[in-house]
Design a binder for this molecule. Structure first.
Ligand code: ADP
Ligand code: MG
Length: 322
């Protein structure tokens, strides 16, 4: 049986990338922030049976736990620096730990983000990661920075993760191939780090967030913080490849109020349209313009012809229903 310290040494302590002055092994890690930069910090807690299925593939889980945290840095426009990992494990299963850590480190290495510490305990499976990033003062893409007249943009596509859930829950019949494609989006989200950083550094975008609980609810956070309203062209929302083959009603519902998308929703002045498109192309991430920020409060949904749509959809909330 592995001891706690053997486990940390074997699976989580690696050759240092040099970002931290002191990494795993002491009471605290030590970071030396780049002079003049601000530190961006974010935490996400994932619990078995609530945020992921019991028995989830450990490699994909390792990726996803870090991806959802990096996605928050992306939404702020910050550059990843390091992260901590707090793990509650039912047991020390070497096969599980090997797969989990390699899925997590594969993504960490892509973004040059170093594991600098954590905590390990026995208990129900739960994973809490805290990420640290850097951003120049005044450049963070904040939720309160949307202004009337701004365009609303979405990166990538929406709704496939929600489609996978519908397939698992048997809400709808999905063939094996569609479910496999959709499930990949659910288990392997891509944090839009390059895009977020590029939009913040110039700066091109004003407000941004990552869509984790469904666009309609998450966009609501920008509208509330910025004290503005919006008009959203529901049929312009980019459906994921698996969802694209489904009915119009389902496409509308799952792009608007899916969940687990981890795409960026951001606003930018109309004068920046070409800059947004060029930046997105350079970052290798497609973007779609889906609406406009209005001075009038509230969210108005319209179809492709500009006709008003009444839809009874809500974002995801852990404390109401579901
Ligand atoms: P403490 O007793 O001060 O809480 P621990 O004994 O829990 O310290 O941890 C020893 C060292 O191992 C610390 O540097 C801590 O940051 C690191 N560590 C513990 N668990 C993990 C983990 N899951 N991933 C990375 N580092 C970890
Ligand atoms: Mg500890």
């Amino acid at each position: 049986m592995l001891s706690e310290f053997d486990l940390i040494k074997r699976y989580f302590r690696r050759a240092r990338s040099g970002h931290a002055v002191l990494g795993i092994g002491d009471d605290c890690a030590l970071l030396a922030p780049t002079p003049g930069m601000q530190t961006a910090v974010s935490t996400d807690l994932l619990i078995e049976g609530r945020h992921f299925f019991a028995g989830a593939d450990p490699r994909m889980l390792g990726h996803k736990c870090l991806a959802v945290n990096l996605s928050d840095l992306a939404a702020m426009g910050a550059k990843p620096v390091g992260f901590t990992l707090a793990l509650s494990l039912p047991g020390a299963d070497p096969e599980w730990l090997e797969a989990f850590s390699s899925g997590m480190f594969a993504l960490a290495d892509q973004h040059d983000c170093e594991l600098i510490g954590g905590d390990t305990t026995r208990g129900p499976l739960a994973i809490c990661i805290t990420v640290f990033g850097e951003i120049a003062p005044g450049h963070a893409l904040r939720r309160d920075a949307a202004r009337a007249g701004h365009d609303i943009w979405i990166s990538g596509t929406l709704g496939d993760a929600r489609l996978a859930l519908a397939g698992y829950w048997k809400e709808i019949a999905l063939d094996g191939e569609a479910l496999a494609h959709a499930a990949l989006r659910m288990h392997q989200p891509t944090p839009r780090i390059e895009l977020g950083r590029a939009l913040a550094v110039v700066p091109i975008a004003h407000a941004a967030l990552d869509i984790s609980d469904g666009l309609i609810g998450d966009l609501g956070h920008i509208l509330e913080a910025s004290r503005v309203g919006a008009t959203l062209d529901v049929d312009a929302l980019p459906a994921g490849p698996a969802l694209a083959g489904q009915s119009l009603a389902l496409r509308r519902r799952f792009t608007l109020a899916g969940g687990d998308d981890y795409e960026l929703c951001f606003t930018a002045p109309a004068s920046q349209r070409e800059a947004v498109i060029a930046t997105a192309a350079a970052a290798g991430t497609p973007v779609t313009r889906v609406g406009t920020i209005d001075a009038q409060p509230g969210l108005r949904l319209v179809d492709a012809a500009g006709k008003s749509l009444e839809m009874d959809v809500q974002g995801w909330d852990h404390f109401s229903g579901q």
